[in-house]
Write a protein that binds this ligand. Structure first.
Ligand SMILES: [Zn+2]
Length: 434
């Protein structure tokens, strides 16, 4: 029984001192995961015969089984033939009205997520379920609602800032209410966006943004830490006259981006002078970028309902260019991370992060690079690179045991056999059907 559960159920009969004694007697012996292939999330070569030593919620040692000592009396789990990777971190998960989805994703190996724009009230039910089941995860990171300008793209998920001062007040309020990042939305004017970045810097949290019609070069130059969606770069790739036409179309109607962003990308060139200017800023500032490719995936042979064959072709071409850009910007200094986007066209329920990793590999990343994007690089974007996202001594014991080797084929991330958060195994069967 956990301390939290004990406090919740004993009605004050058992004192805290009693609980402390019980906890001490049950102090966990070390757990040793033995002989698995170890992929530690840092991008280093897999260790074929690895050993991970876990004590309480932390990894205390990880390395080759031959040279990593196991404390005497440890509980041993033989994982010969399996692969262990760090728990995956989904940086673009929308809880909406579906808290069970977060637990389904947990059973698929996603041990942490960030919702990039939502009211705290939406997490109450998930937190209740997590507490009721005594679950150690998923780890929940929130941003508060989007900070958008007038006529917001998603009114229900936004606060509207009409000027920089209002933007500052919204930003401060979200931080005071627990946001560990803030998100700018694309109708927020530049001056207000700069103020939100300032608030983030003052509180040492990252500021991320869906740009679309804001200029990525300007915002990154102004200190923006991260960018959601590869489509945020669309207007940075094309001549100003074309960018402005797109901008005005979206300002007139938020829905103009639905087809318009694909057309923009289908026509864009990745070696245009505008693109080169973008890469120069990326090399200098090294922002995190969460491409969320899976939500933009389009296939000419499987068009969505009501989409003509011509439009489907155009969208597929646009999507191909989006993938090329995701890879290109990583070579130009952007720190690409993994965001599943919850519900996407070509992934089953709870499987969007897996699809995103596959699409990163389709785009030109190696499987190990894709895993790094979804683990240690993602932890960096949470400002948690000292204790999350990697299987090294001192880090949280969040991990996934896979049947197959994802370094050989990334789709092996789908072969999840066990999931651990904070040193405790998750009852996968319970949540797989959520
Ligand atoms: Zn989103």
């Amino acid at each position: 029984m956990t301390i939290r559960k004990a406090r919740a159920t004993v009605c004050g009969v058992i004192t805290l001192a009693t609980i402390a004694v019980v906890t001490a007697r049950q102090a966990p012996k070390s757990l040793v995961l033995d002989h698995a292939r170890l992929i530690d999330g840092t991008g280093g070569a897999p260790i074929d015969d690895g050993r991970i030593v876990i004590s309480g919620d932390r990894v205390t040692a990880a390395g080759p089984a031959a040279t990593t000592s196991a404390p005497s009396g440890s509980e041993l789990v033989d994982l010969t033939g399996k692969t262990v990777i760090p728990g995956l971190i989904d940086l673009h998960f929308h809880i909406e009205n579906d808290p069970r989805m977060a637990l389904r994703q947990l059973s698929n190996g996603i041990t942490s997520f960030r919702d990039p724009g939502q009211w705290n009230e939406k997490f109450v039910e998930l937190r209740r379920m997590v507490a009721a089941d005594g679950l150690p995860g998923p780890r929940i990171f929130t941003t508060g609602p989007h900070i958008d300008g007038e006529t917001p793209a998603y009114p229900a998920d936004s606060v509207v800032a009409r000027d920089p001062e209002e933007a500052r007040r919204h930003a401060e309020t979200s931080v005071a209410q627990g946001a560990t990042a803030l998100k700018i939305y694309f109708r927020l004017p530049f001056a207000s966006a700069k103020v939100v970045i300032e608030v983030c810097n003052a509180h040492r949290i990252p500021c991320t943004a869906h740009l679309e019609i804001l200029d990525a070069r300007e915002l990154i130059d102004a200190g923006l830490h991260g960018i959601e969606h590869i489509t945020s770069f669309g207007i940075s790739l094309v001549p100003r006259v074309q960018a402005e036409a797109y901008r005005q179309a979206v300002l007139r109607n938020n829905d103009a981006r639905r087809d318009g962003r694909y057309r923009l990308f289908a026509e864009a060139r990745l070696d245009s002078s505008e693109a080169m200017a973008l890469y120069a800023v990326l090399r200098q500032r090294r922002p995190w970028v969460d491409p969320t490719l899976a939500v933009f995936e389009r296939r000419a042979d499987k068009p969505a309902e009501g989409v003509t064959a011509d439009t489907a072709q155009m969208m597929t071409a646009g999507f191909e260019r989006m993938k090329q850009l995701a890879h290109r910007i990583s070579r130009e200094g952007a720190r690409v991370v993994m965001g599943g986007h919850t519900e996407v066209p070509f992934a089953g329920r709870g499987e969007a992060p897996w699809r995103e990793l596959e699409l990163l590999v389709d785009s030109g990343f190696t499987p190990l690079e894709a895993i790094t994007a979804g683990t240690s690089t993602a932890a960096g974007f949470l400002y948690r690179d000292k204790d999350l996202g990697s299987l090294r001594a001192g880090f949280q014991a969040d991990l996934v045991v896979l049947r197959d080797n994802p370094a050989a084929s990334i789709s092996a991330v789908r072969t999840v056999e066990r999931v651990m958060v904070a040193g405790r195994w998750v009852d996968r069967k319970k949540y797989a059907g959520y």
